[in-house]
Design a binder for this molecule. Structure first.
Ligand SMILES: *[C@@H]1O[C@H](CO)[C@@H](O)[C@H](O)[C@H]1NC(C)=O
Ligand SMILES: *[C@@H]1O[C@H](CO)[C@@H](O)[C@H](O)[C@H]1NC(C)=O
Length: 361
């Protein structure tokens, strides 16, 4: 046999190549995951009917928030919208945040959108993260338009649920609070200012980051194909901003009623660097009411040495009171109120400094 007498030099090479093929495939599929499926028509219809119900309730005078009309029976609340595709890893810390004082009880509401394909541990009844706080959810994909849908579903549910919800704060499972609830509440509603309630409502703004100068903007603008965003969104109107915002009720309502831009932003991305959820909200709100937005977010993110679109994730050895103090500092009017991302094993060290550091302000 030819093989045994004089082994051809290319046989080992060929074997090696054959052996490495599956590894190459694995590597490639990891590097270039297949794009998420487009949003289905039934899913879209479901959302539309929810958004319509929320908008209709808003124009019904009996659903108007009492506080807006000047009667002070019910204080305005902050709706916390938890958007998660894993377990709520910092639930005990958030419970401490909300439980801080008995008088907080009527000043917040909680809504959770948990990816239904991921097992989320159900918290005991009576807990602030109990089953009845979960809103009807659909599967989300990283860096895809499904994250916009999920955020809009949370906004619509919270609008419908409680007319006293005046601000809507989006939080992820990697976010932690940097201040007490009372501190956050007082800052949003400017409780210490001497203006009368009605006047204060008029000047409430949404805390949403709106950036025009970003090196990736052109690439992301064209991520669905050249000229696809036209004519609705010209390049100069295409903005970048953090997915994590605090919106006023007025803006929350505008966002769930928006259809024009959504038709473009929901289109599947042809490139990986797309991140619709970081563009849709800042682009729409800057077009619709730039003056009603602060242009910055209240959630601190550390983008130093970003890997694969992920920000720096803090690990336990980095945690200290000094880190919390430095994460709070911002160049804007308001200090940062929240921060991300933190690895799950940060929970215990964070709990250990909760009373003396995080919630002391
Ligand atoms: C917060 O309050 C809820 C309900 O009163 C209680 O079940 C929960 O154990 C409390 N959590 C903390 C961390 O104090
Ligand atoms: C941001 O992350 C980098 C590492 O990626 C770290 O060196 C730096 O200290 C972090 N900044 C803050 C304010 O924590």
């Amino acid at each position: 046999m030819i093989l045994s007498s004089s082994p051809s030099p290319w046989i080992p090479t060929l074997l090696l190549l054959l052996l490495s093929l599956p590894i190459l495939f694995l590597f490639a599929s990891h590097m270039f995951p297949s794009p998420p499926p487009p949003i289905s028509f039934p899913d879209e219809l479901d959302d539309l009917s929810l958004f319509r119900r929320a908008a209709a309730a808003e124009s019904n005078p009996t659903h108007k928030p009492k506080s807006r009309l000047g009667s002070t029976n019910s204080k305005p609340k902050i709706a916390f919208l938890f958007l998660t595709n894993s377990d709520l890893q910092f639930a005990p810390l958030w419970e401490k945040f909300f439980n801080g004082s008995k008088s907080n009880r009527n000043l917040y509401t909680i809504y959770i959108h948990a990816d239904p394909t991921v097992k989320t541990k159900v918290k005991p009844a009576g807990s602030i993260f109990s089953q009845d706080r979960f809103v009807p959810a659909k599967k989300t994909h990283r860096a895809a338009a499904t994250l916009i849908s999920a955020a809009r579903r949370l906004l619509a549910t919270a609008l419908l649920d409680d007319p006293s919800n005046a601000f809507f704060t989006l939080i992820s499972q990697h976010c932690i609070p940097l201040h007490s609830f009372q501190f956050f509440y007082n800052h949003l509603f400017e409780v210490n200012s001497h203006q009368v309630a009605e006047l204060r409502h008029l000047k409430y703004k949404s805390f949403i980051e709106i950036i025009s100068k970003d090196p990736n903007r052109w690439e992301r603008y064209n991520a669905r194909g050249k000229k696809v965003m036209l004519p609705e969104v010209t390049f100069d109107k295409f903005k970048v901003g953090s997915q994590f915002f605090t919106l006023t009720r007025r803006h929350a309502l505008m966002v769930i009623q928006e259809r024009r831009l959504w038709k473009k932003f929901r289109l599947p991305c042809l490139r990986r660097a797309c991140y619709p959820e970081e563009h849709y909200f800042p682009t729409f709100l800057s077009m619709a009411d730039a003056k009603g937005c602060t242009g910055y977010t209240l959630t601190h993110v550390n983008w130093t040495d970003t890997v694969n679109g992920h920000p720096h994730t803090y690990i336990p050895s980095e945690l200290s009171p000094g880190l919390i103090y430095s994460l709070r500092q911002s160049i804007f009017v308001q200090p940062y109120m929240f921060a991300r991302k933190f690895s799950p094993d940060c929970l215990q060290p964070l709990m250990d400094m909760a009373d003396d550091v995080i919630f002391r302000d």
